[in-house]
Write a protein that binds this ligand. Sequence first.
Ligand code: IPE
Ligand code: IPE
Ligand code: MG
Length: 244
Amino acid sequence: MSQSSLQTSSETSPLHVAIIMDGNGRWAKKRFLPRTAGHKKGADAVRRAIKASVELGVTHLTLFGFSSENWKRPEDEVSTLMGLLRHYLAHEVKRLNEENVRIRFIGDRSKLSDDIIKAIEQAETLTADNTTLCLTIALSYGGRDEITQAVKRISQKVSEGNLGIDEISEETVSSSLFTADLPDPDLLIRTSGEQRISNFLLWQIAYAEFVFLDVLWPDFDKTHLESALKELSSRDRRYGMISG
Ligand code: IPE
Ligand code: IPE
Ligand code: MG
């Protein structure tokens, strides 16, 4: 699929926002609630973020939902998160489809349960032609894992004689990632006050602008997205060149 098919019909230039949705556990802890209560509230913030993105002209929204490292959390937390994901897929996909949102998933699907794999495939098929917003949810996703898988795919082509080593370019790598048909993020937001990447979109954020917000993810709303976009518009993105 070409990149242009993922862009909205009315937009000429994409605006891609990626978010590391962090701080659910701390939100719950502050209220003497179990961490799972924070994850539940976090799902409401996902809905707000999607709505706000549409309203503010974001064309691509990529959300870090569950990392490859998050499998190492206690089993009951992982199963609660998977339960919330099931619930989200069962209840939100229809509504997102009606709102013309395209949904896709990136990450290592083989670790997810069969019913979840089926639900995400159905969501992708149902919403494939939608154009208002391209929503990508990273699940069981790790940037290093993604690059490792890409290296394997490229090596396979070389060993089969279908690609010469000198033909390998940055484009070869980009197009071998899960995000092959997505533009690179313009803005990377992380909530919760932490200032790290935690293995998210390592290749793709080469020239993204970073905004770290002190808000915990369950409290995230349109005002936070608005202020991050305002911050983005004030940055001078030089891409290694000099100011024009
Ligand atoms: C983000 O919140 C959600 C996931 C990583 C699944 P956390 O669960 O990491 O919350 P904190 O960082 O412990 O507060
Ligand atoms: C990153 O948050 C993953 C998601 C938001 C899904 P973590 O909470 O897992 O990251 P660390 O452990 O603080 O680096
Ligand atoms: Mg965290």
